[in-house]
Ligand binder design. Structure first.
Ligand code: CTP
Length: 410
């Protein structure tokens, strides 16, 4: 994993007594693998569900409990002061209630009271307990005071009941933590529009024309922009990916739907990152009923197509009137003449940057986790990026965008 936002971050992980505690070990492990320094505080009840040794084994650091000595009498202050974020996962109804009322009867609640860093609570309890007006009032009080909440999710609980109360999965919790850590980043208050994935052009009620785009590079860009603190709107074609936590999602199917969404959203946007693989054409007619085999072959195999709007060219026309977006980046998916075709698109679409990727090679482009990009700027700059993960590509591109936006604004 290579989520740079976690590197060197001090994360205080509070664990309270719930059967969902076992997920905290995985969470602590994933955070540590991504470079975070994870200090754990467990309540006495939590240590009856999982052993402190499990946590110290994955974090390589001390696990704090209520058995503290006189030497550690200001431990709660030290822990809370030094942390970038205090994550309490799982948070039981009892702990939520105690923190809401300022009670401080164990190291975890004392630290919550003393902490100056953001606090993120991930509730886990039975549905009746969570929906109880007392818990709801406590959650509302804490939200009012600026505490952050992640979940709970709906689903089956250990009791066998189904409803709202499940602890979010560790990967979802990671998304909430990285969103909380990103506030104040270099793209704070900037509106960034990202498009991702393929479009699907219907032929009849059961068939469509599409392409092999997985959406991974676009989703990685959206995540990197979120990590830089941006307000991100992700306009996505149909893909098999989880929405990045914090992104405003607009789901579309066709190129025309994507075009409508992009033109509306860029009207007040700072940046457009156009990573979607938009279908250039669509069937001339949409069959109302499923096309039968005999019907399809009767007139030969010809399939009349008409062209779709070129979204970036439409944005160019709109920008001439509105001045928005301030910075735009397109992708050029090529299999040959990379530089020549890329430069031509940069000019024709009036972009600030074009990210050229060789979709012909096995380790770069569609449906793989890595990408090799050549980034060209309208100012003549050229960056040859190495083969790297799509997340690393996205982070490199966002760094360039931050610089370009600074120049445009200042
Ligand atoms: N794009 C767009 N609207 C389209 C097609 C593409 O806005 N109808 C955008 C893509 O999202 C990408 C850039 O234009 O950012 C280049 O896309 P690409 O498919 O490489 O180029 P095309 O313009 O389709 O040209 P060609 O088919 O000749 O390669």
């Amino acid at each position: 994993m290579d989520i740079t936002i976690f590197q060197e971050k001090r994360i205080l992980l509070g664990i309270t007594g719930s059967i969902a505690c076992y997920k905290s070990v995985d969470l602590a492990s994933k955070l540590t693998q991504n470079g975070a320094l994870v200090d754990v505080i467990m309540t006495e009840a939590a240590s009856r569900f999982i052993a402190p040794l499990s946590l110290s084994s994955v974090t390589g650091r001390e696990v704090y409990s209520d058995m503290w000595s006189l030497d550690d009498h200001i431990q709660h202050v030290n822990l809370g002061e030094g942390a970038d974020i205090f994550v309490i996962a799982p948070s039981t109804a009892h702990t939520i209630a105690k923190i809401a009322h300022g009670l401080a009867d164990n190291l975890l609640t004392i630290t919550a009271l003393a902490a100056r860093c953001p606090i993120l609570m991930a509730p886990a309890m039975d549905v009746g307990m969570y929906t109880n007006p007392a818990t709801q009032a406590n959650v509302a009080t804490l939200k009012d005071r600026g505490l952050l909440f992640a979940g709970p999710a709906e689903g089956r609980m250990a009791s066998g009941l189904v409803g709202l109360g499940r602890l979010l999965e560790p990967t979802e919790l990671m998304g909430h933590i990285r969103r909380a850590l990103s506030s104040g980043g270099p793209l704070k208050d900037k509106k960034i529009i990202v498009t991702a994935g393929p479009t699907q052009e219907a032929l009849d009620p059961v068939r469509f024309l599409s392409n092999r785009s997985s959406g991974r590079q676009g989703y990685a860009l959206a995540q990197a922009a979120l990590d830089a603190g941006a307000d991100v709107t992700l306009i996505s074609g149909p893909v098999q990916l989880n929405s990045p936590v914090g992104a405003r999602m607009i789901q579309v199917n066709t190129a025309v739907e994507m075009s409508d969404a992009v033109l509306k959203e860029v009207a007040d946007a700072d940046v457009l990152l156009m990573a979607a693989a938009v279908s250039d054409f669509r069937p001339a007619e949409l069959g109302k009923q499923k096309i039968k085999k005999a019907q399809a072959f009767s007139g030969g195999l010809g399939l009349p197509l008409i062209s779709n709007p070129d979204i970036l060219e439409q944005v160019k026309t709109q920008k001439a009137k509105t001045g928005r977006p301030l910075v735009s980046l397109g992708f050029a998916a090529e299999t040959e003449n990379l530089m020549e075709y890329g430069r031509e698109k940069l000019v024709r679409k009036a972009l600030d940057f074009i990210a050229i990727n060789d979709v012909g090679s096995a380790d770069s482009g569609f449906s793989v986790d890595t990408n090799r990009i050549i980034l060209i700027g309208s100012d003549g700059r050229l960056m040859n990026m190495p083969l790297q993960s799509k997340s690393a590509v996205a982070e490199d591109i966002i760094r360039v965008i931050v610089e370009a936006l600074d120049l445009r604004i200042n």
